[in-house]
Design a protein around this ligand. Structure first.
Ligand SMILES: NC(=O)c1ccc[n+]([C@@H]2O[C@H](COP(=O)([O-])OP(=O)(O)OC[C@H]3O[C@@H](n4cnc5c(N)ncnc54)[C@H](OP(=O)(O)O)[C@@H]3O)[C@@H](O)[C@H]2O)c1
Length: 271
């Protein structure tokens, strides 16, 4: 998939942060962009903003939807395919994190995190994949660096994002024969409204771990995502810091553990 001009792209979580920046970049490339999220007002404002960027070059549409609600996803996606067209590319970006220590994470929070971050991608793919692929489609599931490295304060989030990578790897081998590629995007901390909200509940240990890494601009993450689609890469890790962290975890996991343990112990010693 070289150029993305005239490609039909569905983006869940397209009204904010990484999803919105990706929609902006795709509209600049001449793609037709369809956004999905729950809050209708924010979604329509995002679609109006993307229309400004697309000018007359690309179609823009939006549909309110909760990715965690499977029957709603089936209904809304069926309508979107009739009104907007079958997507060539699906980007599952809807997600959220509410960092807390495990004992403070209720069953309800754990369940909701899995339903949005993992089942959400499952639901959209189940609704769309049977119709994609005639011209070679592509799916990107947005995981996280916390889908590759277990991080203090993210037990529910890591479970969902590690799960999303395993799901994507298995799916890739199944969809390959149908002409649909699959990628996972694993960004480190990215400067978005979602991260600002996430910061509100971070335990001090998690704050200290986050502070030791660089903050990515969402535009850079969107660029890496789009380059990854064009190259049909499976694992897309934006930024040098992220790539180094992943290599360290893969080849020297003891070193990553040691650095995290030291950071956690330093915070606890100062409490
Ligand atoms: N920012 C980071 O540091 C970072 C790092 C690694 C990975 N990520 C991942 O990147 C993705 C985007 O994060 P972000 O920071 O850009 O977040 P954000 O600014 O909060 O945007 C999240 C988007 O997802 C939508 N959304 C949330 N829950 C939804 C649901 N149940 N159904 C449909 N749409 C839903 C939101 O709209 P509504 O609330 O209106 O539904 C919004 O459009 C997430 O999957 C996140 O886990 C983020």
């Amino acid at each position: 998939m070289h150029g993305l001009e005239s490609k039909r792209v569905f983006i869940t979580g397209g009204s904010s942060g990484i999803g919105l920046c990706t929609a902006e970049a795709l509209a600049r490339e001449g793609a037709h962009v369809c956004l999905f999220a729950r809050n209708k007002e924010r979604l329509e404002a995002a679609a109006a903003h993307i229309r400004e960027i697309a000018k007359a070059k690309g179609d823009v549409a939006c549909f309110a939807l909760d990715v965690a609600d499977n029957s709603q996803v089936r209904t809304v996606m069926a309508r979107a395919m009739v009104e907007f067209g079958v997507p060539d590319i699906l980007i599952n970006c809807a997600g959220r994190a509410r960092p807390k220590v495990f004992v403070d994470i209720s069953y309800e929070q754990f369940d909701e995190t899995m339903k949005i971050n993992l089942y959400g991608a499952r639901n959209t793919i189940a609704a769309l994949a049977p119709y994609m692929g005639k011209n070679g489609g592509h799916i990107v599931n947005v995981s996280s660096m916390a889908g590759l490295i277990g991080v203090f304060g993210y037990t529910d989030y890591c479970a969902s994002k590690f799960g999303l990578i395993g799901f994507s790897e298995a799916l890739r081998s199944e969809l390959d024969g149908l002409g649909i590629g699959v990628s996972v995007l694993c960004p480190a901390d990215t400067d978005t409204p979602g991260l600002a909200e996430e910061n509100l509940t971070k335990p001090p240990e998690t704050i200290a771990i986050s502070e030791s890494a660089c903050l990515l601009p969402p535009e850079k993450v969107a660029q890496a995502l789009i380059a990854g689609i064009k190259k049909k890469k499976f694992l897309i890790i934006p930024g040098t810091d992220g790539k180094v962290s992943w290599l360290a975890k893969r080849f020297c996991p003891w070193m990553v553990d040691l650095i995290m343990k030291r950071t956690i112990n330093k915070v606890r010693a100062g409490m």
